[in-house]
Design a protein around this ligand. Sequence first.
Ligand code: IPE
Ligand code: IPE
Ligand code: MG
Length: 250
Amino acid sequence: MRYNVRMPKKKQFQLTKPIHHVAFIMDGNGRWAKLRGLPRHLGHHEACNRIIEIFEVCRKFNIRVMSFYAFSTENWNRPQDEIDHLMDYLEEFFNKEIDYLCSVGARLMISGDLSRIREQTRKVCYDALERTKNNDSWILNVCLNYGGRDEIVRATKAIAQEVVDGKLKIEDIDEALFANHLYTAGLPDIDLMIRTSGEQRLSNYLLYQNAYSEFVFTPVKWPDFKEKAFVDCLEEFQSRNRRFGGLKNE
Ligand code: IPE
Ligand code: IPE
Ligand code: MG
C-alpha cells in the first residue's frame, strides 16, 4: 500500500547575499558529448543553449554581470576542426540571441583578443557589440580568445606606454587604474566563480578579477548545467563567510 503523504515543498531559495558579478568556466562539453557517443563538437553546440538559460536565472536573482569563458588563449592547441565548430556555434549563438538580449536591455561585452579570431566570427561579434552598446540593465561578458596572463601583460604595456608618452605618472598607478586597463574595465569584482565538470583549476581565467571571489566547483558538466545546478552553487555561495582578510563577520 502506498501512503499518500504530502511532502513539504522545499522552500524557494532566496539569494540574500548580493552577487554583483558571477563568472563561469563552462567546462565538460567534450566529455558530455563523449558519454553520449557524440562527436565533441556537439557538446559545444548544446553548451551554447545553456548560456541564455543561465542568463535568465541570473536575471531572476538580480545578478547584473555575468562572465562566460568561451575560448581561452590555450584553446588554439585543439584540432582546427573543433575550433571551427566552436566559432560556428558562437556565431549561431550571437545571431540567434542578440534580438532577445536587446529586448531585455542586456549589453554584450567581449573580453579577449579578437584580432586572431576568424573574420566572419569577428564581424558577428562586432555587430552584436554595436547593437547592444547602449543597454545597461545586464552585462553578458563573453571571454573569447581570453587569457588572464595575456590580459595582465597587455594592461602593463598600455600603462607603460602612457608613462612613456607623458600622459601618466608612475605614482598615479594604483589598483583601480590597473583594473581600468583590463578587458573588464568598469565591471565589479567577481563575487562567485563557478567551474563545471569537476576540474578544480582556473585555467588562466580572470586572474586579477578573481582575487577575492568565492570558488564553487561542481561535477555537473556545462551542457547539463541548468537552473537547479546553478541554484545549488548559489546556495553554496550563500553559506560561505567572506572575510576579505578581516575577521569573521557573523
Ligand atoms: C569547455 O569544454 C569548452 C572549451 C574549452 C571551449 P571542453 O571542450 O574543455 O570539454 P572537456 O573538458 O574536454 O570535457
Ligand atoms: C577552460 O577549459 C577554457 C574554457 C572553458 C573556455 P579547458 O578545458 O580549456 O581547460 P583545461 O585545459 O582543462 O585546463
Ligand atoms: Mg575542458
